[in-house]
Design a protein around this ligand. Structure first.
Ligand SMILES: Cc1ncc(COP(=O)(O)O)c(C=O)c1O
Length: 400
């Protein structure tokens, strides 16, 4: 059966990681992989997670199954974080929440749900978008299209073109929106722009699929979901794929949730029942370890406050590195060409250079970015910022 099977090329991010590991240079800098790093360059376990994990293990009496919907207390806490404690949509009993294996699990289950309900719908994703959106959503069999989003050379949103594209999308199509900290551009919609998008979605009868993977990394837990809340209050139906990989640092525990908003309570129940059946057919039940930790943190005011502080310090570190790198680049180039790094949000920005320049940064300076020039600002440290700025500034100079 498998003799004719073609060997696929290595995943580009995993390939980049392997090249970075094999690079013997003491100067090497990893700006490729999308994980948070602290001042020592490590991806730490949060203190609140350590403490909650110990409490959780001490209280755990069984490893028996939980449920296809996951842990109820976690789902409830996740819903409150995203929609707020006074959500009008929740008050109308239109919200159902199912735990999922990471944001990726939630996105894939969402795509399967859409395919069951509307097999001919097209999902419109931003150009550019996170690379994994394509297999996660397209793998369900849904068609994908791109809407204009960002001009990498000018470092600005193409908002008018985005509106124009979405205004022409057929009713019943799906629009994938990054809730905050857009990956890979770091360029987010303003609140006013969210308002316009929400009105357009409602008017054109388009379904929002909101990808929320960085709540707390942009401006804070509440401001980062302002757009999500605006949209969910404006439209009859919505899907939100939530990830706790970054904001709780639980990456490998695979913790996420799918929030389904239905037109009414009955419709929401139907969506939930379909989601559970999809989950049973793919992974049966989500892993509980991360959900039990998160449930402890959500419920305990002391742990929760500690989490909010730790999250703030991660956010501040990224903001500081953004400011530091753009200052170094201002000094080194004598231009304000890199000021955009300071104003963009979250871990990522596109440097906006060619793939040859990305290769030159890697081969000559041992600085690793993704091929589209996406850089992870959490890989910048006070100790490497001058080196990185020098290398970026030298891209415009003739080769020695
Ligand atoms: C835009 C975006 N969505 C979703 C995810 C999902 O992450 P995970 O499945 O690890 O929770 C990520 C992670 O990198 C992401 O960048």
């Amino acid at each position: 059966m498998f003799q004719q099977l073609a060997r696929l090329p290595d995943d580009s991010i995993l390939g980049l990681m392997a090249r970075f590991r094999a690079d013997p240079s003491p100067d090497k800098v990893d700006l490729g992989v999308g994980v948070y790093r602290d001042l020592s360059g490590a991806t730490p376990i949060l203190d609140c997670v350590h403490r909650a994990e110990r409490l959780m293990l001490a209280a755990q009496a069984t490893k028996s199954y939980v449920a296809a919907a996951g842990r109820a207390e976690f789902n409830e806490g996740a819903g409150e974080l995203v929609l707020g404690t006074a959500s009008p949509v929740a008050a109308q009993s239109r919200v159902r929440i199912v735990q999922a294996p990471g944001g990726c699990g939630a996105l894939r289950v969402a795509a399967e749900l859409i395919r069951i309900a509307a097999p001919t719908a097209t999902v419109h994703v931003s150009d550019p978008t996170w690379g994994n959106h394509i297999p996660l959503l397209g793998g369900s069999g849904l068609k994908l299209a791109k809407y204009p989003y960002y001009d990498a050379a000018a470092h600005e949103l193409k908002f008018a073109a985005m509106l124009e594209h979405l205004d022409r999308a057929p009713a019943g199509d799906v629009v994938l929106l990054h809730a905050c900290c857009h990956n890979p551009t770091g360029a987010d919609l303003s609140l006013e722009q969210w308002r316009e998008i929400a009105a357009l979605l409602e008017r054109r009868r388009l379904l929002p699929l909101l990808d929320l993977a960085y709540q707390g990394f942009g401006a804070g837990l509440e401001p980062d979901v302002a757009g999500v809340r605006l949209v969910t209050m404006s439209v009859p139906e919505a899907l939100i794929a939530v990830s706790f990989s970054k904001n709780l640092g639980l990456y490998r525990e695979r913790l996420g949730a799918l929030i389904a908003v239905g037109a009414g309570a009955q419709e929401a129940d139907a969506m939930r029942s379909q989601v559970l059946q999809i989950a049973r057919g793919i992974y049966s039940m989500p892993p509980d370890h991360g959900a039990a930790i998160a449930a402890h943190i959500f419920a305990d005011p002391v742990l929760r406050d500690e989490w909010i502080l730790e999250l703030m310090s991660m956010r501040r570190r990224i903001e500081e590195m953004r400011a530091l790198l753009s200052r170094h680049l201002r000094e080194r180039t004598g231009t304000r060409d890199f000021d955009f790094l300071e104003t963009q949000r979250g871990m990522f920005s596109l440097l906006g250079c060619s793939s040859e320049a990305v290769a030159r940064l890697r081969d000559r300076h041992h600085i690793y970015l993704l091929g589209d020039s996406r850089m992870n600002l959490a890989g910048i440290l006070p100790g490497n910022v001058a080196y990185v700025a020098d290398a970026i500034a030298s891209l415009n100079e003739p080769a020695p």
